[in-house]
Design a protein around this ligand. Structure first.
Ligand code: KIV
Length: 302
């Protein structure tokens, strides 16, 4: 309680949510052409993804790994939040995503799912959570839904993952495919390289669709080839480094808000310079604490 008897610490989550709602309009109101379900205040669903192309709607997907970021992206009207296993690199600081575990994916998915009021929440199936057998894939996809609160899962690989995609879809868990530069194949590829084998990529896309996926991420594939793949399938394609001919786009949020100053791939457009803003805020805080100007009276109790 403070001096007036009012609760001093309100629920941080509740206070934040109220402030955010006050600052933002209804998520979809300002996105009449881009949102999966323009002008409707209801959560985005898998059928919304499936019908996006026929409605002429381009899909927006961004990665999220925790509650505060997911809350902001959800309020911005992003159609889907991908809890990507890229968290192995951008959150955990590894060189690749291979060490990410199912437990870690569940932990991060829970935080994102708690924040998502509008966006579809898609959780990545990490390396070795589906490669062993379709049974293993269904079991781990089920954990991401039941324990993590994911609405759908994403799985890398086309032809080689088709049996697992089919098993997951049969279990009534919506599943998205991912072809092209599949980061879990980094050892086989010998690095993170643009993928150009048109026949293989087309086979992968068709196998993913046949297996029952509701969407397909195409990563680091020449734009013209990604457009041909998009024309060959009926499910929506979501490009990253795959040009403008896909049905939607996905980016790693930390890349597009400029959190890192040492990673600028060609396919990322930087929409903000948050890294610099954080650096400057932390430097200002250190300076003011050291010189004694913070906390001032304004930030002290009487
Ligand atoms: O893990 C991830 O964030 C992804 C996207 C880059 C598509 O798979």
């Amino acid at each position: 309680m403070d001096d007036d008897g009012a609760p001093l610490i309100r629920s941080r989550a509740l206070a934040g949510q109220e402030a955010l709602m006050a600052k933002t309009t209804r998520p979809l109101d300002n996105q009449p052409n881009g949102a999966a379900i323009a002008n409707e205040a209801r959560p985005v669903t898998v059928p919304d993804f499936l019908s996006a192309r026929s409605r002429g709607v381009r899909l927006t997907v961004l990665t999220a790994y925790d509650y505060p970021m997911a809350r902001l992206l959800d309020a911005a009207g992003v159609d889907a939040l991908l809890v990507g296993d890229s968290l192995g690199m951008v959150v955990q600081g590894h060189e690749h995503s291979l060490s990410v575990t199912v437990e870690e994916m569940i932990y991060h998915t829970r935080m994102v799912a708690r924040a998502a009021k509008h966006s579809l929440v898609i959780a990545d199936m990490p390396f070795m959570s589906f490669q062993v057998s379709p049974e293993q894939a269904v079991s781990n996809a089920g954990r991401l839904v039941k324990e993590g609160g994911a609405h759908a899962v994403k799985i890398e690989g086309g032809v080689r993952s088709a049996a697992s995609i089919a098993a997951i879809a049969r279990a009534d868990i919506p599943v998205m495919g991912h072809i092209g530069l599949t980061p879990q194949s980094v050892r086989r590829f010998g690095g993170f390289r643009v993928q150009r084998d048109a026949n293989q990529l087309l086979e992968d896309a068709l196998a993913t669709e046949r297996a029952g996926a509701f969407g397909l991420v195409i990563e680091c594939v020449p734009a013209e080839l990604a457009q041909q793949i998009t024309a060959a399938v009926t499910i929506p394609t979501i490009g990253i480094g795959a040009g403008a001919g896909c049905d939607g786009q996905v980016l790693v949020t930390y890349d597009m808000i400029g959190l890192f100053d040492d990673f600028h791939p060609r396919f990322v457009k930087q929409y903000a310079d948050i890294g610099r803003a954080i650096l400057q805020a932390a430097q200002a805080y250190c300076r003011e604490v050291r010189e004694g100007s913070f906390p001032s009276e304004e930030h002290s109790f009487r």
